[in-house]
Design a protein around this ligand. Structure first.
Ligand code: MRU
Length: 350
Protein backbone atom coordinates (compact mmCIF):
# COMPACT_ATOMS: atom_id res chain seq x y z
CA UNK A 1 0.00 0.00 0.00
CA UNK A 2 1.21 3.48 -0.91
CA UNK A 3 2.40 5.33 2.20
CA UNK A 4 2.19 9.08 2.73
CA UNK A 5 4.12 9.62 5.95
CA UNK A 6 6.18 7.62 8.43
CA UNK A 7 7.35 8.08 11.99
CA UNK A 8 11.08 7.43 12.44
CA UNK A 9 13.47 7.96 15.37
CA UNK A 10 15.00 10.95 13.58
CA UNK A 11 11.77 12.69 12.56
CA UNK A 12 8.63 12.43 10.42
CA UNK A 13 9.15 11.35 6.81
CA UNK A 14 6.80 12.64 4.11
CA UNK A 15 6.54 11.77 0.46
CA UNK A 16 6.88 15.29 -1.01
CA UNK A 17 3.51 15.83 -2.73
CA UNK A 18 4.69 19.06 -4.33
CA UNK A 19 7.21 17.05 -6.39
CA UNK A 20 4.88 14.27 -7.55
CA UNK A 21 4.40 12.83 -10.12
CA UNK A 22 7.74 13.74 -11.66
CA UNK A 23 9.91 12.98 -8.65
CA UNK A 24 9.27 10.52 -5.82
CA UNK A 25 11.23 12.12 -2.98
CA UNK A 26 10.89 11.58 0.78
CA UNK A 27 11.70 14.51 3.05
CA UNK A 28 12.59 14.22 6.71
CA UNK A 29 11.13 16.75 9.15
CA UNK A 30 13.34 16.55 12.25
CA UNK A 31 11.30 18.94 14.46
CA UNK A 32 7.74 20.17 14.93
CA UNK A 33 8.41 23.48 13.14
CA UNK A 34 9.40 21.66 9.96
CA UNK A 35 6.31 19.42 10.23
CA UNK A 36 4.15 22.56 10.52
CA UNK A 37 5.92 23.96 7.49
CA UNK A 38 5.31 20.73 5.53
CA UNK A 39 1.58 21.08 6.24
CA UNK A 40 1.56 24.79 5.33
CA UNK A 41 3.42 24.29 2.04
CA UNK A 42 1.41 21.17 1.14
CA UNK A 43 4.32 18.74 1.12
CA UNK A 44 1.65 16.81 2.99
CA UNK A 45 -2.00 17.65 2.31
CA UNK A 46 -5.47 16.14 2.44
CA UNK A 47 -7.56 16.44 5.59
CA UNK A 48 -6.86 13.08 7.27
CA UNK A 49 -3.14 13.19 6.37
CA UNK A 50 -2.91 16.69 7.84
CA UNK A 51 -4.43 15.36 11.09
CA UNK A 52 -1.97 12.46 11.30
CA UNK A 53 0.96 14.74 10.42
CA UNK A 54 -0.05 17.23 13.11
CA UNK A 55 -0.28 14.48 15.74
CA UNK A 56 3.18 13.22 14.79
CA UNK A 57 4.54 16.78 14.75
CA UNK A 58 3.17 17.38 18.25
CA UNK A 59 4.68 14.10 19.50
CA UNK A 60 8.00 15.06 17.93
CA UNK A 61 7.96 18.52 19.49
CA UNK A 62 6.99 17.11 22.88
CA UNK A 63 9.77 14.53 22.69
CA UNK A 64 12.34 17.29 22.09
CA UNK A 65 11.17 19.50 25.00
CA UNK A 66 14.17 20.05 27.27
CA UNK A 67 12.38 20.72 30.56
CA UNK A 68 12.40 19.39 34.10
CA UNK A 69 8.99 20.37 35.49
CA UNK A 70 5.50 19.52 34.33
CA UNK A 71 4.51 23.19 34.25
CA UNK A 72 7.35 23.93 31.81
CA UNK A 73 6.30 20.87 29.81
CA UNK A 74 2.71 22.10 29.71
CA UNK A 75 3.81 25.53 28.44
CA UNK A 76 6.03 24.05 25.74
CA UNK A 77 3.35 21.55 24.72
CA UNK A 78 0.74 24.32 24.47
CA UNK A 79 3.02 26.35 22.22
CA UNK A 80 3.62 23.36 19.90
CA UNK A 81 -0.14 22.77 19.61
CA UNK A 82 -0.72 26.46 18.84
CA UNK A 83 1.85 26.46 16.01
CA UNK A 84 0.33 23.31 14.55
CA UNK A 85 -3.18 24.82 14.75
CA UNK A 86 -2.15 27.81 12.64
CA UNK A 87 -1.02 25.82 9.60
CA UNK A 88 -4.26 25.40 7.62
CA UNK A 89 -7.77 26.52 8.65
CA UNK A 90 -10.34 24.41 6.80
CA UNK A 91 -9.56 20.72 7.36
CA UNK A 92 -11.15 20.02 10.73
CA UNK A 93 -9.09 16.83 11.14
CA UNK A 94 -6.18 19.11 12.09
CA UNK A 95 -8.09 20.47 15.10
CA UNK A 96 -9.49 17.03 15.90
CA UNK A 97 -5.95 15.60 16.08
CA UNK A 98 -4.67 18.49 18.22
CA UNK A 99 -7.60 18.06 20.60
CA UNK A 100 -6.93 14.35 20.84
CA UNK A 101 -3.22 14.91 21.63
CA UNK A 102 -4.14 17.53 24.25
CA UNK A 103 -6.62 15.12 25.84
CA UNK A 104 -3.99 12.34 25.98
CA UNK A 105 -1.55 14.76 27.58
CA UNK A 106 -4.07 15.59 30.30
CA UNK A 107 -4.72 11.89 30.92
CA UNK A 108 -1.04 11.09 31.48
CA UNK A 109 0.20 14.41 32.89
CA UNK A 110 0.88 12.95 36.36
CA UNK A 111 3.45 10.50 34.97
CA UNK A 112 7.21 11.18 34.86
CA UNK A 113 8.17 13.35 31.86
CA UNK A 114 9.87 10.54 29.85
CA UNK A 115 6.68 8.49 30.11
CA UNK A 116 4.52 11.45 29.05
CA UNK A 117 6.73 11.84 25.98
CA UNK A 118 6.40 8.14 25.16
CA UNK A 119 2.65 8.28 25.73
CA UNK A 120 2.29 11.12 23.21
CA UNK A 121 4.36 9.25 20.61
CA UNK A 122 2.17 6.18 21.15
CA UNK A 123 -0.96 8.30 20.68
CA UNK A 124 0.31 9.73 17.38
CA UNK A 125 1.17 6.24 16.16
CA UNK A 126 -2.32 5.06 17.17
CA UNK A 127 -3.89 7.92 15.17
CA UNK A 128 -1.81 6.86 12.17
CA UNK A 129 -2.84 3.19 12.41
CA UNK A 130 -6.49 4.06 13.06
CA UNK A 131 -6.63 6.25 9.97
CA UNK A 132 -5.74 3.34 7.69
CA UNK A 133 -8.25 1.05 9.46
CA UNK A 134 -10.90 3.78 9.16
CA UNK A 135 -10.32 4.09 5.43
CA UNK A 136 -10.66 0.33 4.98
CA UNK A 137 -13.95 0.39 6.91
CA UNK A 138 -15.19 3.28 4.77
CA UNK A 139 -14.29 1.23 1.70
CA UNK A 140 -16.39 -1.70 2.94
CA UNK A 141 -19.34 0.62 3.69
CA UNK A 142 -19.10 2.55 0.43
CA UNK A 143 -18.25 -0.12 -2.16
CA UNK A 144 -21.87 -1.34 -2.51
CA UNK A 145 -22.87 2.20 -3.57
CA UNK A 146 -20.50 2.20 -6.51
CA UNK A 147 -21.82 1.03 -9.90
CA UNK A 148 -21.04 -2.59 -10.88
CA UNK A 149 -19.51 -1.18 -14.04
CA UNK A 150 -19.00 2.30 -15.43
CA UNK A 151 -17.43 5.67 -14.89
CA UNK A 152 -16.88 7.30 -11.50
CA UNK A 153 -15.76 10.91 -11.39
CA UNK A 154 -13.65 12.26 -8.55
CA UNK A 155 -12.27 15.71 -7.79
CA UNK A 156 -8.93 16.62 -6.18
CA UNK A 157 -7.12 13.82 -4.38
CA UNK A 158 -8.92 11.92 -1.66
CA UNK A 159 -6.63 8.94 -1.99
CA UNK A 160 -3.83 7.25 -0.10
CA UNK A 161 -1.86 10.47 -0.42
CA UNK A 162 -4.56 12.46 1.39
CA UNK A 163 -4.56 10.01 4.31
CA UNK A 164 -2.17 7.68 6.11
CA UNK A 165 -2.97 5.15 3.37
CA UNK A 166 -5.75 3.62 1.17
CA UNK A 167 -7.75 6.83 0.93
CA UNK A 168 -11.29 8.04 1.57
CA UNK A 169 -13.08 8.51 -1.80
CA UNK A 170 -10.36 6.52 -3.58
CA UNK A 171 -10.53 3.98 -0.74
CA UNK A 172 -14.18 3.37 -1.62
CA UNK A 173 -13.19 3.01 -5.29
CA UNK A 174 -10.33 0.65 -4.32
CA UNK A 175 -12.72 -1.48 -2.24
CA UNK A 176 -15.24 -1.59 -5.11
CA UNK A 177 -12.51 -2.68 -7.54
CA UNK A 178 -11.27 -5.29 -5.02
CA UNK A 179 -14.89 -6.56 -4.91
CA UNK A 180 -14.77 -7.10 -8.67
CA UNK A 181 -16.55 -3.97 -9.91
CA UNK A 182 -15.44 -2.71 -13.32
CA UNK A 183 -14.85 0.94 -12.52
CA UNK A 184 -13.18 3.48 -14.73
CA UNK A 185 -12.21 6.62 -12.82
CA UNK A 186 -12.43 10.08 -14.36
CA UNK A 187 -10.11 12.41 -12.46
CA UNK A 188 -10.65 16.17 -12.63
CA UNK A 189 -7.25 17.82 -12.88
CA UNK A 190 -8.30 20.24 -10.07
CA UNK A 191 -7.02 23.71 -10.83
CA UNK A 192 -5.12 25.53 -9.49
CA UNK A 193 -2.99 23.13 -7.43
CA UNK A 194 -3.59 20.14 -9.74
CA UNK A 195 -4.04 17.45 -7.09
CA UNK A 196 -6.16 15.47 -9.59
CA UNK A 197 -3.59 15.28 -12.35
CA UNK A 198 -0.46 15.20 -10.22
CA UNK A 199 -1.67 12.90 -7.43
CA UNK A 200 -4.95 11.06 -8.19
CA UNK A 201 -3.94 9.96 -11.70
CA UNK A 202 -0.51 8.95 -10.38
CA UNK A 203 -1.71 6.85 -7.46
CA UNK A 204 -4.48 5.11 -9.42
CA UNK A 205 -2.08 4.26 -12.23
CA UNK A 206 0.31 2.80 -9.65
CA UNK A 207 -2.55 0.54 -8.52
CA UNK A 208 -3.57 -0.34 -12.09
CA UNK A 209 -7.03 1.15 -11.61
CA UNK A 210 -8.20 2.52 -14.97
CA UNK A 211 -8.18 6.32 -14.89
CA UNK A 212 -8.77 9.06 -17.45
CA UNK A 213 -7.62 12.58 -16.66
CA UNK A 214 -9.89 15.46 -17.68
CA UNK A 215 -9.56 19.19 -17.13
CA UNK A 216 -12.17 20.59 -14.76
CA UNK A 217 -14.19 22.27 -17.50
CA UNK A 218 -14.76 18.93 -19.27
CA UNK A 219 -16.80 17.34 -16.47
CA UNK A 220 -20.19 18.55 -17.77
CA UNK A 221 -19.60 17.35 -21.31
CA UNK A 222 -18.34 13.96 -20.12
CA UNK A 223 -21.44 13.57 -17.94
CA UNK A 224 -23.69 14.55 -20.84
CA UNK A 225 -22.06 11.77 -22.89
CA UNK A 226 -23.28 9.24 -20.28
CA UNK A 227 -19.78 8.27 -19.20
CA UNK A 228 -20.28 8.95 -15.48
CA UNK A 229 -22.47 6.73 -13.29
CA UNK A 230 -21.44 8.17 -9.91
CA UNK A 231 -19.40 10.99 -8.38
CA UNK A 232 -17.38 10.45 -5.22
CA UNK A 233 -15.27 13.02 -3.42
CA UNK A 234 -13.63 13.44 -0.02
CA UNK A 235 -14.20 16.27 2.44
CA UNK A 236 -12.24 18.71 4.53
CA UNK A 237 -15.08 19.55 6.90
CA UNK A 238 -18.71 18.44 7.06
CA UNK A 239 -21.12 20.59 9.06
CA UNK A 240 -23.88 19.11 11.23
CA UNK A 241 -26.45 19.57 8.44
CA UNK A 242 -24.29 17.75 5.87
CA UNK A 243 -22.99 20.83 4.03
CA UNK A 244 -19.55 19.78 2.86
CA UNK A 245 -16.38 21.81 2.38
CA UNK A 246 -14.08 20.18 -0.14
CA UNK A 247 -11.58 21.27 -2.77
CA UNK A 248 -12.63 24.27 -4.84
CA UNK A 249 -14.66 23.04 -7.81
CA UNK A 250 -16.55 20.35 -5.89
CA UNK A 251 -19.66 22.56 -5.76
CA UNK A 252 -19.68 22.91 -9.56
CA UNK A 253 -19.31 19.14 -9.94
CA UNK A 254 -22.25 18.63 -7.56
CA UNK A 255 -24.52 20.87 -9.62
CA UNK A 256 -23.47 19.16 -12.83
CA UNK A 257 -24.13 15.77 -11.26
CA UNK A 258 -27.62 16.84 -10.16
CA UNK A 259 -28.42 18.19 -13.63
CA UNK A 260 -27.44 14.84 -15.16
CA UNK A 261 -29.18 12.68 -12.53
CA UNK A 262 -25.89 11.24 -11.26
CA UNK A 263 -25.59 10.38 -7.55
CA UNK A 264 -22.90 12.26 -5.66
CA UNK A 265 -21.25 10.65 -2.64
CA UNK A 266 -18.91 12.08 -0.03
CA UNK A 267 -16.50 9.73 1.77
CA UNK A 268 -14.89 10.97 4.97
CA UNK A 269 -13.83 9.68 8.37
CA UNK A 270 -15.92 10.73 11.33
CA UNK A 271 -13.09 13.06 12.38
CA UNK A 272 -14.03 15.23 9.36
CA UNK A 273 -17.55 15.77 10.69
CA UNK A 274 -17.85 18.94 12.71
CA UNK A 275 -21.09 18.71 14.65
CA UNK A 276 -20.27 22.00 16.38
CA UNK A 277 -20.67 23.87 13.09
CA UNK A 278 -24.36 24.03 12.21
CA UNK A 279 -24.04 24.56 8.46
CA UNK A 280 -21.59 25.38 5.70
CA UNK A 281 -21.70 29.14 6.31
CA UNK A 282 -19.68 28.58 9.50
CA UNK A 283 -16.79 26.75 7.79
CA UNK A 284 -13.63 28.88 7.42
CA UNK A 285 -12.34 28.80 3.86
CA UNK A 286 -8.60 29.03 3.32
CA UNK A 287 -7.42 31.67 0.84
CA UNK A 288 -4.15 30.75 -0.83
CA UNK A 289 -1.49 32.67 -2.73
CA UNK A 290 -2.55 34.31 -6.01
CA UNK A 291 0.55 32.86 -7.70
CA UNK A 292 -1.13 29.43 -7.61
CA UNK A 293 -3.55 30.89 -10.19
CA UNK A 294 -1.28 33.27 -12.11
CA UNK A 295 1.57 30.80 -12.52
CA UNK A 296 1.76 27.24 -13.77
CA UNK A 297 4.88 25.23 -12.92
CA UNK A 298 6.67 28.52 -12.23
CA UNK A 299 5.66 30.11 -15.55
CA UNK A 300 3.52 33.25 -15.55
CA UNK A 301 0.20 32.67 -17.33
CA UNK A 302 -1.72 35.84 -16.37
CA UNK A 303 -1.00 39.56 -16.77
CA UNK A 304 1.22 41.08 -14.09
CA UNK A 305 -0.95 42.71 -11.41
CA UNK A 306 -4.11 40.84 -12.46
CA UNK A 307 -6.67 40.61 -9.62
CA UNK A 308 -7.05 37.03 -8.43
CA UNK A 309 -9.27 35.06 -6.08
CA UNK A 310 -7.97 31.77 -4.77
CA UNK A 311 -10.27 30.13 -2.23
CA UNK A 312 -8.90 26.63 -1.67
CA UNK A 313 -12.31 25.13 -0.87
CA UNK A 314 -15.99 25.56 -1.58
CA UNK A 315 -19.08 24.32 0.23
CA UNK A 316 -21.48 21.91 -1.41
CA UNK A 317 -24.95 22.24 0.12
CA UNK A 318 -26.18 18.99 1.62
CA UNK A 319 -29.13 18.81 -0.80
CA UNK A 320 -26.75 17.82 -3.62
CA UNK A 321 -25.26 14.91 -1.65
CA UNK A 322 -26.88 11.45 -1.96
CA UNK A 323 -24.96 9.97 0.98
CA UNK A 324 -22.01 10.55 3.30
CA UNK A 325 -19.91 7.42 3.71
CA UNK A 326 -18.05 7.10 7.02
CA UNK A 327 -16.33 4.27 8.89
CA UNK A 328 -19.34 4.16 11.21
CA UNK A 329 -21.90 3.75 8.46
CA UNK A 330 -23.60 5.62 5.63
CA UNK A 331 -25.59 8.77 6.40
CA UNK A 332 -28.41 9.98 4.16
CA UNK A 333 -30.74 13.00 4.32
CA UNK A 334 -31.83 14.45 6.65
CA UNK A 335 -28.16 14.63 7.64
CA UNK A 336 -28.87 16.56 10.83
CA UNK A 337 -30.47 13.36 12.13
CA UNK A 338 -28.36 10.70 10.46
CA UNK A 339 -25.00 12.23 11.43
CA UNK A 340 -26.16 12.60 15.04
CA UNK A 341 -27.20 8.94 15.02
CA UNK A 342 -23.80 7.89 13.72
CA UNK A 343 -22.15 10.06 16.37
CA UNK A 344 -24.19 8.36 19.06
CA UNK A 345 -23.45 4.94 17.55
CA UNK A 346 -27.15 4.17 17.17
CA UNK A 347 -27.34 3.81 13.39
CA UNK A 348 -27.06 0.46 11.70
CA UNK A 349 -24.44 0.00 9.00
CA UNK A 350 -25.84 0.02 5.49
O1 MRU B 1 -5.85 21.48 -0.21
P1 MRU B 1 -5.80 20.01 -0.02
O2 MRU B 1 -5.11 19.28 -1.12
O3 MRU B 1 -5.27 19.64 1.35
O4 MRU B 1 -7.31 19.61 -0.05
C1 MRU B 1 -7.70 18.26 0.01
C2 MRU B 1 -9.03 18.03 -0.51
O5 MRU B 1 -9.85 18.89 -0.62
C3 MRU B 1 -9.35 16.64 -0.86
O6 MRU B 1 -9.87 16.51 -2.08
C4 MRU B 1 -10.27 16.05 0.07
O7 MRU B 1 -11.35 15.51 -0.41
C5 MRU B 1 -10.15 16.08 1.46
S1 MRU B 1 -8.89 14.99 1.96
C6 MRU B 1 -9.44 13.38 1.76
Amino acid sequence: MLETLKWTDSGVLFIDQTKLPVEEIWVNCPNYESVANAIRTMIVRGAPAIGVAAAMGIALGARELDVTSISEFRNGFGQICRVMGETRPTAVNLFWAIRRMRRRFEEISTRPIPLIKQGLVDEALAIHAEDIATNRAMGINGAPLMPDAGGVLTHCNAGALATAGYGTALGVIRAAVEAGKQIHVFADETRPFLQGSRLTAWELMKDNIPVTLISDNMAGAIMAQGKIQAVIVGADRIAANGDTANKIGTYSVAILAREHGIPMYVAAPFSTIDLETADGSGIPIEQRASTEVTHLAGKQIAPTGCLVENPAFDVTPARYIRAIITERGVATAPFNESLQKLAAGTAALV
